[in-house]
Design a binder for this molecule. Structure first.
Ligand code: MN
Ligand code: MN
Length: 407
């Protein structure tokens, strides 16, 4: 059936007038025909079966750049494809080595707490780094020296709880919070944490009585299940701080947005690691903002793998894995990207709005090597002998790092 006759049938069925039947297709449909995996001289059409929704989200997988080659592992997993655990006070979902097989040393969790809702007092074997995405939260922790930590955090704030340190998170008004958690172990799962109520339920009542020096039966009303549960909103922060207890040093929270960023013409970078957030001994981070048309320059990291979380905008990353291997992936809000140790990469803003993402490292420090700076600081004759560049290109090499280009 031709497109015209299909429209006429639909128009007739809907009781449409002849005028309506003659109307052109809506502009959105006309402007984006189904893409075909072909470039001049290569590929062919894809007659189907097809999944156009997924294909449009991954244009560089559907029709890879001609420079892509070989079999690099999958370097993308979206929280939108992760199981969401619904709880009475919010929800949680995670991307671990189970979802993103290459991610051996970092796992991520995305969690929502409604106003008042509490992520139960708990601890775990991995260290926990957090970035607040929405709303406000109250966090608490106690360290091994009896230090008492209570703080309120808002959008762009971080916290870091070392492995084994007990803590809690509570959504504040008016609408609770959403945040990203990053753990320094790819096998970490939010489903396997040491929960306060879980332990209490698995200690004989007489042992609990002996431990706390109270009559037996005092712990009989501990609920069967908490994890994320509704609770009344807490009072003012000052009232929640325990008088007389020392504060842990270093502090477990940090205001990342208060840092002066490295700025270029097309974006900015804020770097937070143990040098300016001393508590964060095993996670280093960079918050990158790239304006439309800008690009996180060609670079690599000399210390460890990179785990990324995309906050807003659209971008594509090309990764070079040596031995001629290269792959390109597309990302948007809620996606996780990954760069295995030492692999070269760039991230281009492919949208018409700012691109914002986090680069995360299982390391005490942030470090990157810039391709541009490397070439600029190498004897020119040596660079010439490799790349046969003209004078203009040699002169354009930047001795000062420009994390976002154009600088
Ligand atoms: Mn935790
Ligand atoms: Mn990087």
């Amino acid at each position: 059936m031709s497109e015209l006759s299909r429209r006429m049938m639909l128009g007739t069925a809907a009781g449409g007038s002849l005028l309506a039947m003659a109307a052109p297709d809506p502009p959105a449909q006309a402007a984006s025909p189904l893409p075909q995996p072909q470039v001049p001289g290569y590929g062919g059409t894809d007659p189907g079966p097809r999944n156009p929704t997924l294909e449009r989200l991954n244009p560089d997988m559907f029709t890879p750049p001609r420079t892509d080659h070989g079999a690099l592992p999958n370097l993308k997993f979206s929280f939108a494809n992760a199981h969401r655990r619904l709880e009475k006070g919010g929800w949680t979902r995670e991307i671990t080595v189970r979802e993103l097989g290459v991610s051996k040393n970092i796992a991520g969790v995305n969690m929502r707490l409604n106003a008042g809702a509490v992520r139960e007092l708990h601890w775990h074997k991995a260290a926990e780094w957090a970035f607040m995405l929405y709303g406000a939260a109250r966090i608490t922790a106690v360290d091994a020296d009896g230090g008492n930590f209570v703080d309120d955090v808002g959008v762009g704030d971080l916290w870091f709880f070392p492995a084994g340190i007990p803590h809690s998170i509570q959504g504040l008004g008016p609408d609770g919070c959403e945040f990203l958690l990053v753990f320094d172990d790819g096998t970490f799962s939010e489903d396997n944490t040491f929960l306060l109520s879980d332990w209490i339920r698995h200690v004989p009542p007489e042992v609990l009585a002996k431990n706390f020096g109270v009559p037996p039966g005092q712990f009989a009303r501990v609920p069967d299940y908490l994890y994320i549960f509704p609770a009344p909103l807490p009072g003012p922060l000052a009232a929640d701080r325990v008088a007389g207890a020392p504060s842990p040093s270093p502090k477990f929270s940090h205001k990342m947005m208060a840092q002066e960023p490295i700025r270029t013409r097309s974006g900015s970078v804020r770097i937070t690691d143990s040098r300016n957030f001393p508590a964060s001994k095993t996670i280093a981070a960079a918050l990158v903002e790239v304006e439309p048309g800008g690009m996180r320059e060609l670079h690599w990291h000399p210390n460890t793998d990179e785990w990324q979380y995309y906050i807003e905008g659209r971008g594509r990353m090309g990764v070079f894995g040596s031995s001629g291997d290269a792959r390109t992936f597309d990302y948007q809000a809620g996606d996780v990207g990954y760069v295995p140790f030492a692999m070269g990469h760039y991230i281009e803003n492919t949208g018409d709005a700012p691109l914002r993402f986090l680069e995360m490292f299982n390391s005490s420090y942030y470090a990157d090597v810039s391709l541009d700076q490397w070439l600029a600081l190498t004897p020119p004759e040596l660079v010439e002998a490799h790349l046969h560049l003209d004078a203009q290109t040699m002169a354009a090499l930047r001795k000062r790092k420009a994390p976002i280009v154009p600088a």
